[in-house]
Design a protein around this ligand. Sequence first.
Ligand code: ADE
Length: 429
Amino acid sequence: MTATPIRPKQDQKHEVKDLSLAPLGKQRIEWAGREMPVLRQIRDRFAQEKPFQGIRLVACCHVTTETAHLAIALKAGGADALLIASNPLSTQDDVAASLVSDHDIPVFAIKGEDNATYNRHVRIALDHRPNIIIDDGSDVVATLLQERKEQIADLIGTTEETTTGIVRLRAMFRDGVLTFPAVNVNDADTKHFFDNRYGTGQSTLDGIIRATNILLAGKTIVVAGYGWCGKGTALRARGMGANVIVTEINPVRAIEAIMDGFRVMPMEQAAPEGDLFVTVTGNKHVIRAEHFAAMKDGAIVCNSGHFDIEIDLKALEAEATEVKDVRNFTQQYCLKSGKSIVVLGEGRLINLAAAEGHPSAVMDMSFANQALACEYLVKNRGKLAAGLHSIPVELDQEIARLKLQAMGITMDTLTSDQIEYMNSWTSGT
Ligand code: ADE
């Protein structure tokens, strides 16, 4: 495939908050690296084999210490990589500074950037004329399809990190516009079992606690959505002593939540009971006007789903007489009714807005999947059909094996007798 120069590559090297933050970022990136042995091994191999030589790559990810290790691994593999934020509130400014100063990786991301800046950075990423796009939420791919269709010719493919992005890619495929391969990193077992469940579970509570410093024991916490992220959040909230209510629209997941020991009810019924509400559904307006109206005075609401649309903040604003900043990432909406409702992190991902996102130990596997998915795209350039592709099961298993090895854990292996038994259908009762 020849990459046609469509627009000149943009000259600007970076847009970060403050390059003098680089030493702090460097130190924190090094700390995260202690928990990322799998990605480290992949980086070392990439440095030898240079699978991305001549490849222009854009990563639209939360700019964290963990993403730094992914970007460094891709660059070690020869990629001409550029990084932008996948959310206006999730960037760690010191990390962005260190990537620019210490690793010469162009970064366009500032914590608290407005939507216009965020959208401008997406266009800057496209100006890089990527051959590979690593997306988290599918904003870069969606923009390319709407505004830069001619750049499809440059693309080897894309990889997608999160459930919301996969939902969007499926809609693109259904509408016939996804005309290149997209690797579904989210659905790898070594991704969603750990990142979505234990990562979201821990980091969501971390964000809530950092923002509010409230005691969770004895509180009634309503978790909206019982996908992997909801399961992790509910599990960890219970572990902290909260009474957890789950809301769901999927009957199977509702049964799962019940059998996991949670109460399940509609949001309308949960609204007056909850002290704290966490949305993790991927859908819009899961908490809306009628729910705010039924909530207790002082109820706290936050979101840990990808986009800031799960809580209908416009409806809350319409009822508010005043909005006060009461702590970092904590705003109190005083309502005409005399009640107040507290919103955390402006309804954006609370785990990344008020805390640091998922811990490195799970991102190690998520980003090992991303790194290997990019290599898979390059190795199979021109051979993969348009549409969504799973991570090959051998890669998923290899990541798990490397993780176990790094943890110093060994497992059983099948005896030849067992292998024979598992492959036969003649031996029964
Ligand atoms: N998504 C959730 N947590 C993350 C992290 N720590 N780094 C990058 N992306 C994330």
